[in-house]
Ligand binder design. Structure first.
Ligand code: SAM
Length: 219
């Protein structure tokens, strides 16, 4: 199957199963207009995050890697009235676009964007516990992010990590690519940690061939 074929399948399912959502479409358009890289999750992946957060009954969500707030908005739409989402972004420009998108979506009362390198902003959250965590920033730092996720989680916390397959390159143990090294070290940390249960799902679609790790902190 070609990339075009994967895109057609994505289109078929999203047009059948998603409601036309002007808020989500406006966020994508604003990101394009601001010339943000098109590395946000695909619509069906955003909806998957939304459904998982809803299934979990998440009240407090943490996201590492905001970009223009597309995935933040998908997840925050699953929150109850008193729910919160904190999202961490390195780039001031990305954070500014995200804040505008979040305001337009009417979610600025629930979502807070913290600007700075996540490893600098994460310590400010050390007294919090989240029930849903989405890791989607610089992959080389995934080992640090998963250690923080352990720290900021409680029994039952769901942790989703994006872009772990990278076109299949994840299996290359000799890779010099710092992103691949980061992902492999992150997977080692998961496999060594008896507190956490995980699997990985390979994905194809509008964003190419990649995948997610899905984890839960054991009761
Ligand atoms: N989750 C977003 C979505 O699906 O809409 C996409 C996030 S994009 C893949 C990764 C983001 O992480 C970029 O906006 C990038 O600027 C940010 N980032 C990269 N390194 C970072 C760091 N050290 N700390 C915080 N954010 C970082």
């Amino acid at each position: 199957m070609t990339k075009k074929g994967w895109q057609e399948v994505d289109h078929y399912f999203t047009t059948k199963l998603h409601n036309q959502d002007e808020v989500m479409e406006a966020a994508i358009k604003a990101n394009e207009e601001a010339e943000l890289p098109s590395i946000d999750v695909a619509p069906n992946q955003g909806k998957m995050l939304h459904l998982l957060a809803k299934m979990k009954g998440a009240k407090h969500i943490l996201e590492i890697g905001t970009l223009g707030g597309y995935s933040s908005i998908w997840m925050a739409k699953a929150l109850p009235e008193n729910g919160t989402l904190i999202t961490l972004e390195y780039s001031e420009k990305h954070a500014e676009v995200a804040r505008k998108n979040i305001k337009l979506a009417g979610l600025d009362n629930k979502i807070e964007v913290l600007v700075g390198a996540a490893l600098d902003t994460l310590p400010s959250l050390k007294d919090k516990k989240f029930d849903f965590i989405f890791i989607d920033a610089d992959k080389k730092n995934n080992p640090h992010y998963i250690k923080w996720a352990f720290e900021l989680s409680k029994p039952g916390t769901v942790i989703i990590t994006d872009n772990v397959v990278r076109g299949g390159k994840v299996t290359d143990a000799a890779s010099e690519d710092e992103n691949i090294k980061g992902i492999r070290e992150f997977v080692d940390l998961l496999s060594e940690n008896e507190r956490i249960d995980s699997t990985a799902i390979q994905t194809v679609g509008t964003k190419g061939y990649d995948g997610f790790v899905i984890s839960i902190v054991k009761e």
